[in-house]
Design a protein around this ligand. Structure first.
Ligand SMILES: *Cc1c(COP(=O)(O)O)cnc(C)c1O
Length: 390
């Protein structure tokens, strides 16, 4: 039995969520993920998927994953450090390190678990973490799990870090970790990586860049933030995922072998969470290969981003020109965002309202995600609807 006091509390909370426009329900999506999806028996054009390159439903990805699934089964039955590590995990890590141009890479079962395992392992009690105010929740939660002092700096304002270090110097011997999204997930803007690297050299800080939305998207072949900025990826510690532009599931750290080796020995989510299924690794390997073999996917994505950005500008929206497929349309209140989302739904377009705690209060928005596989007709449908509604 759940005690009455608990029931009353949860009931009151759910009532409050509804009143404040913060109530959430799970939708059931039918069929494969693509620029159109089925919901409630309808087919809708969606702008809400992180499967930016259309890899999740790619015939070759499906075929290769299917072959491995048939051969090796569904689950690993243990963490990688016990008996859940197969050759395919090692191959994926090798290919990843080559792609990222780093010495080594280490895969985890999700991007979230990558942060949760990595950050508390990297720094301890005496240390300091600087974290961007708009970092993804997985970074926020990972910082909370670390006993290090956490300093939140205003979004992209890295001067704050130096000022803070001067005003409140860390204890002697303390290490400094700076964590930032490479591409911010709800705004689509980029972390000032070159400046961050200069700062890290000056202050002997370590930087961890979350490239969840940069992997497969930024850089000539989708290598990520470092290549986009023309930086040498060699010494950088980057986190990335297979779950977005690569269409599969899983997260990874890429960087110097010493750090990867340390994490292999220390990251709790590697020890205490079951290894990725081999079929998922097969999908990730195939998608990685396709980044090189089918460069037209990234080209199409970039063309679609540019087309939609220009179209939105023409109707008076001003999405800052940026190279990523995340275009926020900020409308303010929960109610307004929900209304706009509903009106788009009525026109056959699926773009859910993004509300707190995912974004700050009063900054509710529609987060438009662009895919390489959107056709010009899909993009025009969105532009026409937006013109009518705004
Ligand atoms: C999605 C996301 C993650 C988490 O990755 P999963 O593989 O979905 O667990 C981490 N960071 C950012 C910025 C993300 O958008």
């Amino acid at each position: 039995m759940i005690p009455d006091s608990f029931l009353r509390f949860y009931e009151a909370e759910l009532r409050r969520f509804r009143q404040q426009g913060l109530y959430r329900a799970l939708r059931v999506v039918e069929g494969p993920i693509g620029p159109t999806i089925g919901i409630d028996g309808r087919s809708l054009i969606q702008f809400s998927s992180n499967d930016y390159l259309g890899m999740a439903a790619h015939p070759r990805v499906r075929a290769e994953a299917g072959e491995v699934l048939a051969r090796l089964g569904t689950g690993m039955g243990a963490s990688r450090l016990i008996s859940g590590n197969q050759q395919i995990h090692a191959l994926l890590e090798q290919e990843l390190a080559l792609f990222k141009e780093t010495e080594a890479a280490l895969i985890f079962s999700s991007g979230y678990l990558t942060h949760i395992g990595t950050i508390p392992a990297l720094v301890g009690e005496k240390d300091v973490i600087f974290s961007d105010a708009l970092n993804h929740a997985s970074l926020v939660d990972a910082c909370r799990l670390s006993p290090a002092r956490v300093e939140i700096y205003p979004h992209r304002q890295i001067d704050f870090i130096e000022t803070r270090l001067r005003k409140k110097p860390p204890r002697s011997g303390a290490r400094i970790l700076i964590v930032t999204d490479g591409v911010f997930s709800m705004d689509g803007d980029l972390a000032p990586l070159p400046e961050l690297i200069r700062l890290s050299e000056k202050t002997e800080a370590l930087i961890l860049v979350d490239d969840a939305h940069a992997t497969g998207v930024l850089g000539p072949k989708g290598e990520g933030s470092a290549r986009h900025w023309g930086l040498d990826p060699e010494g950088l510690l980057t986190m990335g995922t297979f779950s977005k532009a690569l269409g599969a599931l899983g997260g990874f750290i890429s960087g110097p072998e010493l750090l990867v080796d340390y994490l292999r020995n220390k990251a709790r989510t590697l020890f205490y969470s079951t290894a990725l299924p081999p079929a998922v690794c097969a999908a990730a390997r195939c998608a990685l290969r396709l980044l090189t073999e089918e460069p037209q996917r990234l080209r199409s994505l970039r063309e679609n981003i540019a087309y939609l950005g220009q179209g939105l500008q023409k109707i008076g929206l001003d999405p800052a020109p940026h190279p990523v497929p995340i275009i926020p349309i900020i409308v303010g209140s929960e109610e307004k965002a929900l209304q706009l989302s509903q009106a788009l739904w009525d026109r056959g377009l699926f773009i859910p309202a993004i509300r707190p705690p995912t974004v700050p209060p009063k900054q509710c928005r529609l987060r438009v995600s662009v895919m390489a596989t959107h056709t010009p007709e899909h993009l025009d449908r969105l532009l026409t609807a937006m013109k009518e509604l705004l």
